[in-house]
Design a protein around this ligand. Sequence first.
Ligand code: GLV
Length: 326
Amino acid sequence: MQTKPSVLVARAVFPEILHKLEQHFTVDSNQDDILFSAEELARRLQGKVGVFTTGSERISASLLAQCPELRICANMAVGYNNFDLPAMTSAGVVATNTPDVLTETTADFGFALLMATARRMAESEHFLRAGLWTRWSYDMFAGAEVHGSILGIIGMGRIGQGIARRGALGFGMKVLYCNRKPLDAATEAACQARHVSKTELLQTADHVMLVLPYSAEAHHTIGAAELALMKPTATLVNIARGGIVDDAALAAALRNRTIAAAGLDVFEGEPAVHPDLLTVPNVVLTPHIASATMPTRMAMAGLAADNLIGFLVHGKALTPLNAPAP
Ligand code: GLV
């Protein structure tokens, strides 16, 4: 009898997904969800041809050098800044992510965070819970208008386009965007969005939404200089990645009211959060949950598993990020 290939599932996942993988592979799983150090990950990968990762496992050149049998890393995330993609390609290791299945759910969350931020929902809820609500007043927690305002989206991939459609079609917003490459005319028309420079977007938008992938060039896309360009009434929402915003500069801008408010689902060095962000009231903070609905997380885990099965059993990954020489 042919022995099954061995794979590692590096974090806890849905039992159904483990079961599915066990039909094809000998599975070493981590249902206790202990975060592996780089050394532990390398140790657990010995003898494994595939690994199911999440954004918390770093696949580096040094790890790859220690795991010569590894052939595929399937990330349960659309973002893959935990992968050293060039190193994976030169080591002959296939990388996959989970696009499409989370687009609409993540766009919903981006919009929810925008609404919560503009309408001061977290701040007002804390006020109520603290027993401070004793009477109505004309300007109590008066926030910024969402409908009919100007939405600026930085990063206009699938999720950015989903947010643009929600803003334009659902809330009558005027949508501006900037992206490395402008969209084709048909997609621009479907999103009712206009391509502008980053400076024009920052100066004009009432709400700035960050949805661009993390890369070295995208590091601190928003820092003190960019925050200074924004309107003092503006809000900033980051559902992209930590490191896209200079969190220390943002905390200072929120404290000084350079901008009105921010909504953040991702943080530099998360799960640590810059201590200054925890002390400013005009920020809504969530723990990287933009794709977190049960159906979407199940679809993401299913797609990551199908990438392992597709490649290791049938010779073809479903959503590859690279094409290493065979
Ligand atoms: C979540 O952040 C993802 O990249 O899927």
